[in-house]
Design a protein around this ligand. Structure first.
Ligand code: ATP
Ligand code: MG
Length: 397
């Protein structure tokens, strides 16, 4: 009999009245992800997503890998379905898990029975199967407290399922149940991680990148688009809005006091991002800011840059240490690209002595000479929208 996947739902289970809507969304997300791996049937019963390959052509290993990055899933396992009968269950375990069992020094059987009509209790079933397996594998000891390997038996509505230890899922909530947000994506380590963390809460992501050609190169832009692509492994498709920032940066350089360069530049970034966000149905901005990391990441600086925005600014990394951020960047696969040595527009015209405790009054005064509205309008007129998907063959937006 064929192999199928069971994906256990996480927090969705707690969502009460919204549960159905969350499940429907998750099912749709899983279906979309499975498409490129062949013909799979996807359905949800008893807080579990079932994924069944429908023919021999299906790329089961590829599909399994893809399931590991779907938000809304706490754990997942590959399993073999069989009849709800002790002999059939034993035989399925022997065929499907027998080799794994032989590699272990000790084992136990853990059974779950959601079909209460099954004639044995979970404990009786575990004991019966455990006894038969111990006889068939005399080299492997039974150890119910600290087994090296656990055989799982789940007696469900339509069949029994046998499997080995489950893998951790991507966690979080299904993409799309939490609205949309706009990440300010630089080429650094932090902002892709920030995007991932908010995406994990069920939020669809769109990105904006400020690009200062020729001060920053085409390679720097390609790097950001690649970072966005890496994040879409988890978040699903994304549009990157590339905003040409050269004129604004030069205007700041020519008209404002140097110690305020970065702050004024960041206020432009925030305001432009918010306008694109509102236009595209995003309800919040996301940044990779981190308290105390650089001069523009003090509370005073955040007050000044946040003052141009009236939607929430999510900063999921604000209280994390760099090491913690890097651990996530490695886990999600963005780290290697982030450390490629291309410059970001933040490093162009950086002041030697940036103001770390600015007041809003000082900054408003410092940017007085600029025609903010005209600069912003021109920047918004020249946005390049790049659609990004993890795989080239996936349908874009
Ligand atoms: P990162 O590692 O994400 O670049 P950082 O530690 O270098 O962050 P800053 O350079 O101060 O910090 O930037 C803070 C945040 O501002 C970034 O996390 C990102 O959200 C946003 N940002 C910075 N530069 C750009 C850019 N060129 N385009 C879009 N957003 C940017
Ligand atoms: Mg940066």
């Amino acid at each position: 009999m064929k192999e199928i996947f069971l994906l256990k739902l996480g927090e969705i289970v707690l969502k009460g009245a919204n549960k159905r809507q969350f499940e429907a969304r998750l099912r749709q997300n899983v279906r979309r992800r499975m498409k490129r791996y062949g013909n799979f049937d996807v359905y949800i019963m008893q807080s579990t997503v079932y994924i069944e390959p429908m023919d021999e052509m299906a790329d089961v290993d590829g599909a399994w890998e893809a399931c590991r990055s779907i938000f809304g899933v706490v754990s997942l396992c590959r399993c073999r379905p069989c009849e709800k009968d002790v002999d059939a269950i034993f035989e399925a375990i022997e065929n499907y898990l027998g080799d794994d069992l032989d590699c272990a020094r000790s084992f136990k059987v853990e059974s779950k029975r959601s079909d209460k009509r099954f004639p044995m209790t979970s404990i009786q079933l575990s004991q019966e199967i455990g006894g038969r397996l111990a006889e068939a594998h005399p080299g492997v000891e039974v150890d119910v407290h600290h087994p090296e390997y656990t055989v799982y038996v789940e007696v469900r509505d339509f069949a029994a399922y046998v499997h080995g230890p489950a893998q951790p899922g991507a966690g979080g909530l299904p993409t799309g149940v939490g609205g949309r947000a706009m990440v300010l994506l630089s080429g650094g380590i932090d902002s892709p991680v920030a995007a991932y963390m908010i995406a994990k809460r069920g939020v669809e992501i769109e990105a904006v990148h400020f690009f200062s050609y020729p001060y920053t190169s085409q390679l720097a832009k390609d790097k950001v688009v690649e970072l966005a692509r890496l994040v879409t492994k988890y978040s699903g498709k994304m549009t990157v809005n590339v905003v040409s920032f050269t004129e604004i940066q030069e205007a700041i350089r020519d008209n404002c006091p140097e110690e305020f360069f970065t702050l004024i530049m960041r206020r432009f970034m925030m305001e432009i991002s918010q306008r694109i966000a509102k236009n595209d149905g995003c309800g919040a901005l996301i940044t990779g800011e981190n308290l105390g990391q650089v001069a523009s990441q003090t509370m005073e600086a955040m007050t000044v840059t946040g003052a141009v925005v009236d939607i929430p600014i999510f900063m999921p990394l604000v209280g994390m240490d760099k090491e913690e951020i890097i651990t996530i960047a490695r886990k999600i696969g963005t780290m290697e690209t982030s450390i490629l040595p291309y410059e970001d527009c933040c490093t162009v015209f950086t002041p030697k002595h940036p103001k770390t405790k600015p007041t809003l009054g000082q900054v408003l005064h410092a940017e007085e000479k600029l025609d903010r509205e005209a600069l912003i309008t021109r920047a918004l007129e020249n946005i390049e929208k790049i659609k990004v998907n993890y795989y080239d063959d996936e349908p874009v937006l």
